[in-house]
Design a protein around this ligand. Sequence first.
Ligand SMILES: NC(=O)c1ccc[n+]([C@@H]2O[C@H](COP(=O)([O-])OP(=O)(O)OC[C@H]3O[C@@H](n4cnc5c(N)ncnc54)[C@H](OP(=O)(O)O)[C@@H]3O)[C@@H](O)[C@H]2O)c1
Length: 278
Amino acid sequence: MSDPNSPEQRERWALILGASTGTGAAIARAVIRDPGLHIFAIHRGHYPDEARHLEDELRATGRRVVIHVGDAGHPDGIRECAEAVRSAMGPRAVGLLVHSISGASIGHFLSTRGDAFHPRQFEKTFNYLAHSFAYWAQTLHEQDLLAPRARLLGLTNALHDDNMLHNCGLIAAAKAALQTYVRYLAVEFGRLGHRVNLLQFGTVVTPALQTVLGPQAIQRMEALHREMIPAGRMCTLDEVARFVSVLTHEEAEWFNGATIDFMGGMTLRLFDMVLRPD
Ligand SMILES: NC(=O)c1ccc[n+]([C@@H]2O[C@H](COP(=O)([O-])OP(=O)(O)OC[C@H]3O[C@@H](n4cnc5c(N)ncnc54)[C@H](OP(=O)(O)O)[C@@H]3O)[C@@H](O)[C@H]2O)c1
């Protein structure tokens, strides 16, 4: 994306799937300032206070803001949300798509207590974390909603490489599928001028994670990460979000089909931590 003050840039929108809290909300706060995009944010309504707060903060910038309640992770919801996108901004206006949907199942493939992953959990996790990215790409293309030289960005974690976390097999599998979608879409969109990438970052503490894990588990997690990450601290939501602003700039245009490592070397010391003599 070139000169942020050009008329073309001033009418571009960021469509953020999964933004009332967490990474999507932080990215909305960042890209409304740099490069100055209007914001269309979608969430399902589980965090009404955070959503209101986000809306107030975004509106204070003077840019246009739509906060839409809907399910951006399911084919029926996507159809409904896409209609709202079209009526809010018209054709060829989405300059940035960010897929920041969470909501996966954790558990195990085998179980001795009858609590193995159910096919419904496979379907939901893959819809939310992977398929919805491809569905949105198809929908935006078919309905001519993408602005010239748009950027499409998926988000991933450390789990889909060689790193395993005992109860996160479904998440890892879905993120691997997401990575494959990103690569194929990067090729198919390439000649149309759009760019499709995946941003990989390490654990960041979001309000949702704090609620799910509780203060003690968060403290333990933070201490472990401080030891594991070469910088001696965890990455913040704000750092991830500001890097997404960087990815919207013209200089980042040659990223395509890439899994961009923004992990701070988080997994480099895993062997060292387990195997080094005391
Ligand atoms: N947190 C991390 O450490 C981390 C690290 C690397 C990558 N990531 C990736 O970053 C993305 C976002 O994760 P997060 O931790 O920021 O999530 P989060 O804190 O749980 O926030 C998710 C946001 O998305 C909304 N949302 C979830 N499912 C939705 C759906 N189907 N339709 C519309 N909105 C939906 C939620 O609101 P509602 O529930 O009200 O819809 C909420 O606003 C995920 O892809 C995750 O894998 C996270």
